[in-house]
Design a protein around this ligand. Structure first.
Ligand code: PLP
Length: 441
């Protein structure tokens, strides 16, 4: 990996002991955790404490779009650290202004203002706040198949199991979005699925009362819920329905944005314009935590003369902004979004599809760019999800062969950094092929 980091076994042993003694981990019962020590990384590679070099097919929380230790981003953070490490949100700061302009530039025309947050959850929190204030309405409609973050309203807007123990915010209503493979609407084609999902949404709106609904909040590609690529006309249809009832549309680009789908924003592959866009992860690949809300001009101007009652000590933190500027510039200079597109079209798409032909326990392969799901089933006819033990074995077999695999329920999420080369992607799919064979799939 070109790194000459001294391997002091005791230090890495300490890392493990300190973690187990003092670190409380997200989303887990703590007792039996056995976290792997990570030392450093480079591109798509991570170096473990035991000296192994692993190819990361996950990008961690699907955020390391630019890969590990990108020199230009490190340099951008260093320069900003030398100039000014911190300043409050009330001041003008060049890094913040530049980051805002670079992010807004990727949004549709008429989106000029960015409110920075610390991450994706608070981006959605503030997107919903803006929509509620803009419309004077309360309810937020979102999908059962989605994740929007771990804060008050964001977790209530979430559809998956994480909402249930945390569901204290009011005004959240859920509905079903298209998922042809497991259609809620007995559809057999994408067109049918799209049409029926739209009819369902309109019914939900009518039954809830359109004048009680502030916004429909949707991930442009439901990510954690299964990398479920929406049908081509779905968002256009949602836009028409929301316009009809004067409801705002919030697009969550936290996971799908900044290259993941082979587009700067995943919404670029669809023919519609929302009112508000939330983002985080890929904006600076998580080198320093950051997220934000991009507001269309009407939403932003609503707060020209009335107070926006929301704020954060670290809104637009200079180090995070330095990382955004450097990331955005490097992604453009190095054509990283184009790379993600090509890898999806020429390598991951065809090669994962070939795995489908070979392994009967693959129920479906879907995705684009470097954002793919391999849905595993016990039986292709019944579509019964593959059992947890085999899914765990898949991860373990990947680990043995130097490939970090991300598994969510019965799906393998193939989400490498956008910088992955064709050779690295091919090598990884070959390993995945061996993994599936070893796991009896
Ligand atoms: N929205 C989406 C679509 C996400 O995937 C996530 C995190 O995975 C979030 C919001 C929350 O982001 P964060 O964990 O940065 O708060």
């Amino acid at each position: 990996m070109g790194h000459d980091l001294s391997q002091d076994a005791e230090i890495w042993d300490d890392a493990y002991k300190l973690d187990r003694a003092h670190v409380f981990h997200s989303w887990h019962a703590q007792r039996n955790l056995d976290p792997t020590e990570v030392v450093t990384g480079h591109g798509v590679w991570l170096k473990y404490g035991d000296g192994r070099e692993m190819l990361d097919f996950t990008s961690q929380q699907v955020n390391v779009n630019i890969g590990y230790q990108h020199p230009k981003v490190i340099e951008g953070i260093k320069k900003q650290a030398e100039l000014l490490c911190t300043v409050g949100p009330d001041y003008a700061n060049l890094a913040r202004g530049r980051a805002a302009s670079l992010v807004a530039r990727r949004a549709p025309e008429g989106f000029d203002k960015v409110f920075f947050t610390n991450a994706g959850a608070d981006a959605n929190e503030n997107a919903m706040r803006a929509a509620r204030l803009f419309t004077g309405r309360d309810k937020i409609l979102s999908s059962y198949r989605c994740y929007h973050g771990n804060t008050g309203a964001a977790i209530s807007a979430t559809g998956d199991w994480r909402r249930k123990p945390n569901d204290y915010s009011r005004g959240h209503v859920h509905f079903f979005t298209p998922y042809l493979y497991r259609s809620e609407f007995s559809a057999t084609t994408q067109e049918e699925e799209c049409e029926r999902a739209l009819a369902h949404l309109e019914h939900v709106i009518q039954f809830e009362g359109p004048d009680t609904i502030a916004a429909v909040l949707l991930e442009s590609v439901p990510g954690t819920a299964g990398i479920i690529i929406p049908p081509k006309d779905y968002f256009k249809g949602v836009r028409e329905i929301t316009k009809k009832y004067s409801i705002l549309m919030i697009t969550d680009e936290v996971m799908a944005g900044f290259g993941r789908t082979g587009f700067w924003f995943a919404l670029d592959d669809y023919d519609y314009t929302p009112d508000i866009i939330s983002f985080a992860k890929g904006c600076n690949s998580g080198y320093v935590p950051a997220g934000g809300v991009i507001m269309s001009d009407p939403v932003a101007h609503r707060f020209d003369d009335i107070v926006f009652p929301g704020g954060l000590t670290y809104s637009g933190h200079p180090l995070a902004m330095g990382a955004i500027v450097a990331t955005q510039e490097a992604m453009e200079e190095e054509h990283i979004v184009d790379n993600a597109y090509t890898i999806g079209k020429d390598v991951l798409g065809p090669q994962l599809t070939a795995l489908y032909d070979k392994h009967p326990k693959i129920g479906e392969v879907r995705g684009k760019g470097v954002f793919w799901a391999v849905e595993m089933v016990a039986d292709r006819t019944t579509k019964e999800p593959l059992d947890d033990a085999t899914m765990k074995q898949i991860v373990a077999e990947g680990d043995k062969r130097g490939l970090i695999l991300g598994v969510h329920n019965n799906r393998i999420h193939v989400t490498p950094p956008c910088v992955i080369s064709a050779d690295e992607a091919t090598q990884s799919v070959e390993i995945l092929d061996q993994v599936l064979t070893a796991a009896g799939c």
